[in-house]
Ligand binder design. Sequence first.
Ligand code: CA
Length: 223
Amino acid sequence: MNILVVEDEKKVASFIQRGLEEEGFTVEIAVNGEEGSEKAESNHYDLILLDIMLPKKDGLTVLKELRAKEINTPVLCLTAKDSVEDIVAGLDSGSDDYLTKPFAFAELLARVKALVRRGAQDRGAEVFFADLRLDPVTHKVWRGEKEIDLTTKEYGLLEYFMRNPNQVLTRAMIAEHVWDYTFDSFTNIIDVYVNYLRKKVDKDHSKKLIHTIRGVGYVLKED
Ligand code: CA
């Protein structure tokens, strides 16, 4: 498992590198945004840990450019800025998860393992619901004939919905299954993701599939 760490703070970078290498990961470091882009575009990584505040090119720009080039490697953003706006901007740019500095290594490791494991689960038969079709091998999703372009996290969320249709999924269940951990302040992020997913899955269709159960959570159903 190959991980790219884009981080300009030497102490933080070597702390992450040392910890992940002890866990058996191979780690490469890029010390600024430009180097991060170059490495991410020319090598294969299973995961990218991306600092937001970087010299030469900031992390969100790096992320947007990667996604625009259809490089869909899972990205975990590291940020010292913990305001909701920044986090939401990160998610909107195609980040799969984020961690606010300073963080405990155990927490970083849990998220790294969750993202890498999700990437490795890419197998199995196609899943169908209503006119949705999901291919777990290629991570492609269609509604009717039209392919829907999803980020890794949106895909994970939709897959969870499609494997549990007609069941009310609480935010806690979604956090645990899609993000692999529980986190109190996480509920806003889940709502943000469900809204992204809705825009892509339901917006252009009169028949909505993702429904809100007020105060409880969400359900994928036909009416
Ligand atoms: Ca930094």
